[in-house]
Design a protein around this ligand. Structure first.
Ligand code: NDP
Length: 492
């Protein structure tokens, strides 16, 4: 929760309403100044070799690790997640930070590549160079993991970063920036600016080399439109409506556990969270029984409850609308429902018999709710999953056909027999398709995302057939013509 004046804003704990911090509203001028400082810091940072940057980033990782209790506490205070979940989030972020720092050289450093027959006289190399300054705009729901998924990779690639955290989690952003400043005191390679959407919009227009955006699809469109003014490239990590599929031969105990954790943890405020479950008709009843049993002692409340509050007050209206729509259209709530909304807390809600065109199935709910739908077979499940405009992730539970089912799902990633494992493996890219965005964080693609490729050739000897010259002879044209036929024209 936040309250704002023109120069500062206050952050309130969403569970208690108590003020937990006050931060400046940075204006377009502040943003311009930060980007200018970032430019010279970026020159210094980019001139270091990969090994030196790795050492600096390892020191930052150690700073975060040593301070993780404080950081987890701050995350809990600002956006409400349980402290134990906050600590788990930090661990995941550290794994990716380490991977980025230790693999940047292998992925990005200059390497020679082969030429073709017609360009045989050229030596060739490609390298991946930093943009200079990258702007990162992050959400509040995973206020460490999601921004670091961009920041760690942008820094490891040699960029300076100006980071605008969500107005719901500015303290976490400032904490990360200060920890970086202790690890790398020389120049401001990572700067944090605070404020609301206008500050983010100013960052989009500031002339940075790229914007790494993580947030909702609607805001993503506004970010793209602002970036278009300067042709600033963007990475879009947007919303989702992820599904979990349960085949007839699945381990139902594991599937139910994954559905409950995937749907309810972080109060359902997870981009890759499970919002829809499609279950093979043969095991539907048994699965539902197991699912409901897991909710017996699951309550939303302040610490030590396992489910925290809904962070943004306005999200409660979305959740209420989705639940109301589902029930009005013939669905029913086996637990929870509209009455389960009490202040900032929403109790776990499981809906069944919800028509596929209800907002609870088509739109991102971002609350601890699941729709559970009976399907005749996995063909029907795949068809319903792929009908969504979103395509972030999916989870498949199956013993024999997991791989075949996963291969047919149109999402940026799919995990078989484990919830969102693909987002936790440092070597794997993460991102979406469709309304879930484009571009990738994590893995080699995540490093290249914050670079541009630079190709270089050097002529090793002149070709007997000089091609790119006005001095080219008719004989040369005739030889090339024959060569072209031989090289490309024989395929039937
Ligand atoms: P928002 O889209 O509301 O905000 C995201 C960020 O954009 C915030 O820092 C916000 O600032 C900023 N912002 C708002 N308006 C503008 C603007 N006009 N120009 C530039 N920046 C702006 O998302 P939430 O913070 O509510 O995060 C939840 C969303 O993020 C969900 O849709 C979720 O699915 C998605 N998400 C996607 C992930 C992925 O990997 N694909 C991962 C995590 C979340 P402020 O908060 O100060 O308004």
């Amino acid at each position: 929760m936040t309250t704002r004046t023109t120069t500062s804003f206050e952050v309130r704990n969403p569970a208690t309403g108590i003020a937990v911090g006050e931060y400046p509203v940075h204006t377009a001028d502040h943003v311009t100044a930060a980007v200018a400082r970032g430019r010279s810091a970026g020159t210094w940072w980019a001139a270091l070799d990969f090994e030196e940057r790795r050492r600096h980033l390892d020191r930052w990782r150690a700073e975060i690790t040593r301070g993780r209790d404080d950081l987890a506490h701050l995350m809990h205070e600002e956006m409400g997640k349980p402290i134990s979940d906050a600590k788990l989030e930090i661990v995941m972020a550290l794994e990716h930070l380490k991977w980025a720092a230790h693999n940047a050289r292998g992925v990005l450093a200059r390497r020679t590549v082969g030429a073709s027959l017609l360009t045989i006289n050229q030596g060739c190399s490609v390298e991946y160079r930093p943009f200079g300054v990258v702007g990162v705009i992050g959400p509040w729901n995973y206020p460490v993991f999601t921004p670091l998924s961009s920041i760690s990779f942008a820094l490891a690639a040699g960029n300076a970063v100006v980071f605008k955290p969500s107005e719901y989690s500015p303290g976490v952003g400032v904490w990360l920036g200060e920890a970086f400043g202790r690890a790398v005191p020389e120049v401001p390679v990572l700067q944090v600016i605070t404020g609301a959407g206008e500050t983010g919009a100013a960052l989009c227009r500031s002339g940075v080399g790229k914007i790494g955006f993580t947030g909702s699809t609607e805001t993503g469109k506004r970010v793209m439109s602002a970036c278009a003014e300067n042709l600033t490239p963007v990475l879009m990590e947007c919303g989702g409506k992820d599904a979990l599929l349960v085949d007839a031969d699945a381990d139902l105990t594991a599937a139910a556990d994954a559905a409950i954790w995937g749907g309810m943890s972080n109060a359902g405020q997870t981009c890759l969270g499970v919002e829809r479950v499609y279950v093979h008709t043969e095991v539907y009843d048994e699965f539902l029984t197991k699912l409901l049993a897991l909710t017996d002692d699951l309550r939303a409340g302040d610490e030590p409850a396992k489910i925290g509050p809904i962070t943004m007050p306005k999200q409660l209206d979305v959740i209420r609308r989705h639940l109301g729509d589902a029930l009005a259209r013939g669905g029913s709530a086996l637990i929870g429902g509209p009455d389960a909304i009490d202040g900032q807390f929403v109790q776990p809600t499981i809906l069944v018999n919800v028509p596929e065109d209800c907002s609870a199935v088509t739109e991102e709910t971002f609350g601890p709710t699941l729709t559970v739908t009976r399907v005749a077979d996995m063909d029907e499940a795949v068809e319903l999953v792929n009908a969504s405009e979103y395509g972030l992730g999916a989870t498949v539970f199956a013993r024999r056909h997991g791989r075949e089912i996963a291969d047919r799902i149109h999402t940026g990633g799919t995990s078989i027999n484990a919830f969102v494992a693909h987002a936790t493996v440092p070597n794997l890219p993460l991102g979406g398709v469709g309304a879930s965005g484009f571009g990738r964080v994590h893995g080699p693609d995540g490093l290249r995302e914050f670079t541009y490729s630079k190709s270089t050739t050097w002529q090793r000897f002149p070709l007997p057939l000089a091609l790119t010259t006005f001095a080219r002879k008719p004989l040369t044209d005739a030889i090339v013509d024959r060569l072209v036929s031989a090289l490309h024209g024989r395929i039937r």
